[in-house]
Write a protein that binds this ligand. Structure first.
Ligand code: 45D
Length: 166
């Protein structure tokens, strides 16, 4: 696979989306580990974030068995049409980011399926992580927002799914 070398948030989103869902999840986890301390969830009123709604979705996912938790996250990335992905799709971009942040925190205390020990990031994913690390913090946040925004399914934009009735 070839990558452009320009470093705009947009190019990077496209490059991320080329990876398979599991590699994206792994890469996203490594980003979280990198950013960890820099993320400050407490900025009340500072944005369009709805903590209660993000927590509601997180709590539902938390109740699922680990394998299902993983599938929900794959569904979000692959934009499969499910109840969860439609709930997610109705959120503001920053609230979407908060959902992912809560999931990553949940992975740390194993209330969400944790990374397998010794997991090695694929080389192509590592290169994208390096590109993200070279960006300014503001640009990183822009990237993250643009990355999580199109995940899931916009409930207003799709036909009913004949299989699920959703
Ligand atoms: O077994 O304005 C694999 C707010 C392998 C506040 C796997 C904010 C096989 C308001 C598939 C890899 C805080 C919202 C398993 C701003 C295998 C505001 C699973 C900022 C188990 C700006 C892998 C928020 C999995 C920010 C499950 C900056 C991986 C938030 C899952 C940043 C990875 C959030 C996850 C980030 C990664 C979240 C859940 C970087 C989440 C990353």
């Amino acid at each position: 696979m070839t990558y452009t070398t320009s470093n705009t948030a947009n190019d990077l989103v496209e490059a991320f989306q080329q990876l398979d869902a599991d590699t994206q999840l792994a890469l996203f986890w490594f980003i979280y580990k990198e950013m960890g301390g820099a993320i400050t969830p407490a900025a009340p009123g500072a944005s369009t974030v709805s903590p209660a709604i993000a927590e509601g979705i997180f709590n539902q996912i938390k109740e699922l068995p680990h394998e299902e938790q993983l599938n929900v996250q794959r569904d979000l990335i692959c934009r499969r049409n499910t109840q969860f992905t439609r709930e997610y799709g109705a959120l503001s971009d920053t609230t979407k980011l908060l959902v992912w942040y809560l999931l990553a925190q949940g992975m740390e205390n194993a209330s969400i399926v944790p990374m397998p020990p010794g997991y090695q990031l694929a080389e192509e994913a590592q290169q994208l992580l390096d590109r993200l690390k070279q960006m300014e913090f503001e640009q990183q946040i822009t990237f993250l927002r643009d990355y999580v925004a199109p995940m899931g399914v916009d409930p207003a934009a799709v036909e009913l799914d004949p299989e699920t009735g959703l």
